[in-house]
Ligand binder design. Structure first.
Ligand code: MGD
Ligand code: MGD
Ligand code: MO
Length: 697
């Protein structure tokens, strides 16, 4: 058995792409003489379809990168300076354990220790199993992992009951595709073959985005909406749908709650008002609604880009009403998809063992700057005295970076970073611990863009002295004297525990099945039509146009337009000083900050850039190639201007997320973003960000 489970010396190993992306590809790794030489997409996988993206095609380069961290390191320079010396695992673990035990035994107690992690890998084992057990048993503060998807997830939960949606594999049947606030070709490229199939069968493809992204360029039409106004567009579309009798009365009656109230509400959003809010001509609002209403199965693909504004929860909840108004949920290819994640019912309760934690405070990860610079962590209780970072690069990705770095620089803060590379965050660590990559460890994956579970087998031995996150937490627990049987489970045992569930949707997904084929469809039909017959996952079982739960949040129980915090029409004083909205969505070559240090990809991304409309550039004396400073009251960063009509006026785009250390000024777009929270889910507002741009001398 063990020999079957060990990586082969030569052959093809089935793995999973670990990255934070809807596609979660089934990856085939070719190994020769114990060395990985090539990665490829599994041609048999219905969603991966045999190809990988621009970034993950470089996964072998990234794994064997000369900068790969191979030994534990102890800091010798100042925090942030990046000077370290190699130490043994024994020394590193011993010192870390002693320091954490000292904090734990002090008057501040274990809550002065804060874990900080996100989705550097999305595998259950390396991201939410032994790590969680360790921190729960220790009694550390909890982290609210809001940085990406919380606003939209809660928005979906309020309207349809859970973050589930239309199946990409139904898209070929759809007769209209709206790519609404998503840059598919960059951030969800494996959806594209399904988009093309729908187009081949006659469906128009429309992008709704303030930027003319490479995706919008490929669509039949680009609708340049003002940032943060999508809720208003959806309300306007519904106004037209009801006014023109394009609604599905039978679906409304049987499967929705509050249809009459919604019909009343949307009267407040006639096309002229919607045009004023969204910047989309009234005529186009009307024709878009007609196109949508006359379609039989429109596929609305929203993603997480549009929910990075103050009113994002409400916006997503409102857009999610559309397919119930028209009954498109009934047909393959119809409906809306933000995510498919809530269909996966791995046994996370068993993996995480939250029951082992005493009652402790929770710190919101997007308020890290505040948490590290306030004496009570920003939420009450002891100061944060130790920070343990893994699967994340908060010194580059967290908002209001200036405050985050001030916090990380605190001499009394003890910081440990588990990493593959010496990131901006690792530069602030007291100890850096070398972690294995996906080629070197076991894992099992859900997905948020399709319906397949994937197993990752290691294909090579760990590089240098690298260890999996799970193993590092097992060892640390042991050195700290934490005692519990669940701290001893190995990675294969963890995978088996994740699969131990009697949930209907996981029926047939087994260790044997995964070992044999690498991936398995969860137990839903193809294509999966979650709400064809109602059966919404809300408290009422209906699609909740009216939501009691939203009312209990202190918000309008009916869909409404909630402007961004920094909306020029309402935040007029701020907009007078900072008139441009900055969107810092992903550069095509990067995956958040992952891959920025792979030379070929960074060369392709050139340098930190700012795309600005000619009408905004001209009065500021800005031309292409000129260095500009992008600034607001929170901070500033330098970029090179590209004057192009690929952004709407009053919007600027900084392809992201750069490492500070690869920029001439050591900064990035998050020097300007804020720690404010969205209306639902306490999530970040990265693109709700007014700035001014000036020529830098
Ligand atoms: N190559 C690559 N792929 C990735 C990532 C990456 O960094 N690089 N990141 C991964 C992660 S973590 C995530 S969460 C997903 C995100 O996937 P997406 O949601 O597709 O990501 P974004 O690029 O953030 O945003 C998509 C688009 O939303 C637009 N947008 C911004 N504000 C608004 C708005 O108010 N309204 C509308 N209609 N559009 C708006 C942006 O201009 C952008 O083009 O992608 C994943 N895939
Ligand atoms: N301005 C702006 N800020 C943003 C965004 C934006 O669009 N604009 N996007 C936001 C979004 S959607 C997200 S999801 C977050 C992403 O924020 P993060 O989750 O922090 O993502 P990454 O920057 O990719 O950093 C992940 C790190 O994990 C490491 N890693 C990968 N696998 C492993 C492993 O197995 N073990 C260990 N120990 N480390 C590993 C990688 O080397 C990498 O340095 O950023 C957010 N920040
Ligand atoms: Mo994300």
């Amino acid at each position: 058995m063990t020999s079957l489970m060990a990586p082969p010396v030569t052959g093809i190993v089935r793995g999973a792409c670990p990255h934070d992306c809807p596609d979660t590809c089934a990856m085939l790794v070719t190994v020769e003489d114990g060395r990985a030489v090539r990665v490829a997409g599994d041609p048999d996988h219905p969603y991966t379809q045999g190809f990988l993206c621009a970034k993950v095609n470089r996964y072998v380069d990234r794994t064997y990168h000369t900068d790969r961290l191979l030994h534990p390191l102890r800091r010798v320079g100042e925090k942030g300076e990046g000077k370290f010396v190699a130490v043994s695992w024994d020394e590193a673990l011993g010192e870390i354990a002693a320091r954490l035990n000292e904090i734990r035994a002090s008057g501040d107690g274990p809550q002065a220790i804060l874990p900080y992690s996100y989705a550097g890998t999305m595998g259950y084992v390396q991201s939410q199993s032994m790590d969680r057990r360790f921190f729960h048993i220790l009694g550390a503060s909890k982290l609210d992992r809001t940085i990406c998807s919380k606003a939209g997830s809660v928005g979906m939960q309020m309207t349809v009951g859970a973050n589930v949606g239309a199946d990409a594999e139904g898209m070929p049947e759809s007769d209209l595709v709206l790519l609404w606030g998503t840059n598919t070709l960059t951030s969800n490229p494996h959806l594209w073959p399904f988009v093309l199939e729908a187009r081949k069968r006659g469906a128009p493809i429309i992008a709704i985005d303030p930027l003319k992204t490479r995706t919008a360029e490929q669509c039949d039409e680009w609708i340049p909406i003002r940032p943060g106004t999508d809720g208003a567009l959806a309300l306007g579309m519904m106004q037209v749908l009801f006014a023109e009798g394009l609604e599905d009365r039978d679906y409304l009656e049987r499967f929705t709650l509050g249809a009459d109230a919604l019909r009343e509400r949307v009267r407040e959003y006639p096309p002229e008002r919607v045009a004023q809010i969204t910047g989309i001509p009234a005529e186009r609002v009307v024709t878009l609604a007609r196109q949508y209403g006359k379609a039989k199965a429109a596929f609305v693909r929203i993603n997480y880009g549009l929910q990075r504004h103050g009113g994002a929860g409400m916006a997503v909840r409102t857009i999610a009403c559309l397919p119930a108004v028209t009954g498109h949920w009934r047909r393959a290819g119809g409906g809306i998809q933000l995510s498919t994640s809530a269909n996966f019912k791995f046994n996370t309760t068993a993996l995480e063992r939250a029951d082992l934690s005493p009652p402790v405070r929770t710190i919101n990860m997007i308020r890290l700057g505040e948490a590290l610079t306030r004496p009570d962590g920003g939420v009450g209780g002891p100061p944060v005295r130790a920070l343990i970072v893994y699967n994340s690069n908060p010194a580059a990705v967290a908002p209001e970076r200036g405050e985050v770095l001030r916090g990380l620089r605190r001499p009394d803060l003890f910081t440990v970073v588990l990493e593959h590379f010496q990131t901006d965050t690792a530069d602030f660590a007291d100890f850096v611990l070398p972690a294995t990559t996906q080629l070197e460890h076991w894992d099992v994956h859900f997905a948020y863009g399709h319906h397949y579970a994937t197993l990752n087998r290691p294909s090579i031995a760990p590089m240098g002295e690298c260890k999996p996150n799970s193993e590092i937490f097992r060892l640390l627990a042991d050195r700290m004297g934490l005692k519990h049987a669940v701290l001893l489970d190995d990675d294969l045992a963890l995978i088996k525990q994740a699969l131990e569930t009697s949930h209907e949707k996981m029926r047939g997904v087994t260790m044997d099945g995964l070992l044999e084929k690498g991936w398995q469809r969860i137990n839903v039909p193809t294509p999966f039509l979650p709400f064809a017959e109602g059966a919404f996952l809300t408290p009422s079982g209906k699609c909740e146009f009216y939501s009691q739960r939203v009312k209990e949040m202190g918000l309008d129980p009916l869909p409404t337009f909630t402007p961004p915090f920094e909306f020029p029409d309402t935040a007029t004083e701020l907009a007078a000083r900072f008139p441009l909205t900055l969107i810092s969505s992903p550069a095509h070559q990067f995956l958040n900050t992952t891959f920025v240090n792979v030379d070929s990809l960074r060369r392709a991304a050139r340098e930190p850039e700012l795309v600005i409309h000619p009408k905004d550039a001209e009065p500021r004396g800005i031309s292409s190639g000129m260095r500009v400073v992008v600034h607001n009251d929170r901070g500033e960063f330098l970029a090179v201007a590209r004057v192009q009509e690929t952004v709407r006026e009053a919007t600027v785009w900084a392809p992201s997320i750069w490492w500070g250390k690869y920029s001439v000024d050591g900064k990035n777009a998050n020097d300007t973003t804020s720690q404010r929270e969205t209306d639902m889910g306490h999530a970040p507002v990265f693109y709700d960000n007014l700035v001014e741009v000036s020529a830098a001398d």
